[in-house]
Design a binder for this molecule. Sequence first.
Ligand SMILES: [Zn+2]
Length: 444
Amino acid sequence: MSEQNQICAFINCNIIDGKFENELIKEGIIVVENSNGIGKIKCLGNKDEVSIPENCKIVDLKGKYVLPGLINAHAHLFGNGNPFITGEVKRTPDENLEFMKSSLGKYLLKQGMKKNAMAALHAGVTTFRSVGDPFYYDIEVRNEIKNSGEIGPDMLCAGPMICITGGHGYKFVSEASDSPWEGRKKVRARIYNGTDLIKIASTGGVTDSKRIGEAGRVQMTYDEIAAICDEAHRAGYLVASHCQSTRGLKEALRAGVDTIEHGASMDDEIIQLFKHNPKSLRGYSALIPTFAAAVYVSEISTEYTKLDNVQLTNGRIIRDKMTEGFKTAVKEGIRVGLGTDAAMPFVTHYGTWRELHLQVKYGGISNAQAISCATKSNSEILGIDSEVGTLEPGKFADFIVLQGNPLENLNYFENPSMVVKKGNIIKSTQDYIIPEVEKFIKDI
Ligand SMILES: [Zn+2]
């Protein structure tokens, strides 16, 4: 039997299958069947229930803990989270746009994007969504990794966001649309260009705000959001909206968005719309909170985040309102996932696990609930739960191997012993760690 079509048994491990019906399968075995480099779980369970097939490769995990690969539902590939990059050239938005379009600019940007995708994978993020990157470079990076034969993470890409003229991400990671029909055209262009979802900015954001209160200010109108959702849903695409105020949430949910990114405080109508949203693609909407971005810019000095005082004040408002919204969502049984906003200051791609810690610290949930947000719940919200999100027969063999039990201590995520992507073992590396960033965030 060739390497390509091999059966492999991961033995002697504690399995957290991610379904959370049973806490832990002790002395577990996971049998993975590889076909043309793609490994799926054939069976798993306690050693008394699962027999190891003959002539299969054995990987002895020596009592370590195995759980589903993490899914980051909100990341951007254009940055690695390091605000200390020196020698940065100051450019106007137009000059920046031109540079990113130039062959040198495109080459450098895409190199960095690819590195960020691999940094995520090496840290156990086996799937992520890129929700707003310049032009369609994320699509190109996704396709290039896929075609190279290199083992990469699965990427769901939105291409550039859609915003209003001057709105969030304008002239950087968003293209402007100022009417319902322009919005429909932008959706059609994204589908034509190979995106996996549609990302809009229906309210303002922190990092490009110029006035206090601008992050969360309603930008797109109801009619514009509704047209975009209708067009996307007709083609079966989900719509994710950057949304950071109560009014923004209400308008976006009424118009049919499928995921609210970041979030804010909720009233009864918003709670009901999350649970039952007639204009959404699947009849409900979900929340993707991103604590890391809001918490780091709120707690680290502006000397290092390079934000101004307006942005700092907005960051703190957003952090507090998002925390409130998160707690309401958990209490009310709204579907909640997990994102990080990687690329924002101090938010690294390899540090996705820290978001679980922040959900526990700020949101008051358990380690198990945070793990569930990052795995099972995210897979359902993203519509990929038939393939990933839990460890079950028939799903991809995407998992992380940790030294200790993450249900007791999330810090075990910091140095995974092994990451397995579609049955392929990824060698652990510290190459992506940015020490000057770690120094600031390790105690937050
Ligand atoms: Zn974002």
